[in-house]
Design a protein around this ligand. Structure first.
Ligand code: SF4
Length: 376
């Protein structure tokens, strides 16, 4: 997203999250893994002022991805991939997850005119030949249900080629009461397009009875709910926690999608494991038979040019700045075709076959998770 700024990302929790923290503290104590799994996600830490420097990012990727339509830039719209476009109606969230790059972005909301233009672009030639999905994210779109309803109306009118409306949200684990009858009515009215909910749960203790009820209600209107867990030091960087989490997803009907390596965001190094630690965990998770094979995630990093899942042969080398060079299958001409203003970031270069290799800053490989965190 353009317009990133170095902002103060204030601490923000919902009443529901504060009540959960009190409950976990009373049940298990402040030093318990259960309490810390939630506190580390939302409590502002003095460690955020200590910048690791090398390679830290202010945006979730560094590519230039501005889109123009009818001679003017489209606000809050990005496109990296063939089938999917992204729109951000708001940057407001129910709570602030400390490692999230939204903390670096200025607050904004899209106007109705912005949304109409975005919908017209999605349905215009030749874009409509490729585009099939829209990811509505932010911020949290469930914080602005009326805006969401307006987006659906405009997409139905101008872009019938969009078959799936994906909505990125953490509301079910941050403020489950927001999943109300009114909200479900709005989501139901998206038909004939299908609603898909992309959520993020990082620890099994977040799956309270209230959160489970919210996901069950969303399943009344969604054809799929999938999860993108972030690998967080001291929260879920253990086989036991991740096994329990993916086991729970399986029986709640939540599809495991990505296990994301925590992004190299400025001031958030203390939340990041090394890439190697994630690979070790994935090996244990995917080759142990501890939970259903239908619940295995893809271990993925968000690079400056897009997501790269880590398989054999993807990591090519490591430099003295502790960046790893990743072999992708992205090609400059594909990016340019989808978005003529796309420019390769400094971290990416084409190889001899024209596919891009990209440098990705690793997290520290510094032993026990707790060592990197201050207790509150
Ligand atoms: S709710 Fe989502 S967008 Fe908002 S701060 Fe958390 S991870 Fe980021």
């Amino acid at each position: 997203m353009a317009g990133a700024k170095a902002a103060v990302f204030r601490e923000k929790l919902t009443g529901y999250l504060r009540a959960q923290l009190s409950r976990l503290e009373a049940a298990h104590g402040r030093d318990s893994a259960e309490y810390r799994a939630l506190a580390l996600q939302y409590a502002k830490s003095p460690l955020e002022d200590r910048h690791a420097g090398r390679g830290e990012r202010e945006r979730h990727y560094e590519s230039e991805v501005h889109i123009h339509y009818d001679g003017k830039p489209l606000r809050g719209v990005e496109r990296l991939y063939r089938r999917t476009i992204l729109i951000e109606p708001t940057t407001v969230c129910a709570a602030h997850c400390r490692w999230c790059l939204r903390g670096q972005y200025p607050l904004f909301s899209l106007s109705e005119d912005d949304i109409v233009r975005a919908a017209r672009y999605c349905g215009s030639a030749p874009v409509r030949d490729d585009l099939r999905e829209i990811l509505i994210t932010g911020g949290d779109p469930l914080m602005v249900p009326q805006r969401l309803e307006f987006i659906f109306t405009q997409l139905r009118a101008h872009a019938p080629n969009i078959l799936i409306y994906r909505i990125g949200t953490r509301v079910p684990v941050q403020d489950p009461e927001r999943v109300s009858k009114d909200l479900l009515g709005i989501l139901r009215a998206a038909a004939p397009a299908k609603i898909e909910i992309g959520t993020q749960v990082n620890h099994p203790s977040e799956l309270t009875p209230e959160a489970r009820q919210a996901y069950a209600a969303l399943y009344e209107v969604a054809f799929k709910i999938y999860d993108q867990t972030v690998l967080l030091k001291g929260v879920n960087d253990s086989v036991d926690v991740l096994s329990r989490l993916y086991d729970d997803f399986r029986y709640m009907g939540i599809e495991a999608h990505y296990l994301f390596h925590c992004i190299p965001m400025k001031g958030m190094a203390h939340h990041r494991t090394s890439v190697r630690r994630g690979l070790e965990l994935m090996q244990d998770l995917t080759s142990s038979g501890a939970f259903s094979g239908r619940a295995k995630p893809m271990y993925t990093v968000m690079t400056d040019i897009g997501k790269v899942s880590l398989y054999h042969g993807v990591i090519l080398e490591r430099n003295e700045d502790d960046e790893v060079l990743l072999q992708t299958r992205y090609r400059v001409e594909d990016f340019k075709r989808r978005n003529p203003s796309w420019k390769a970031p400094a971290s990416a270069q084409p190889d001899k076959d024209g596919t891009l290799r990209v440098w990705y800053p690793d997290g520290a490989d510094d032993g026990p998770a707790e060592a990197a965190h201050e207790k509150r």
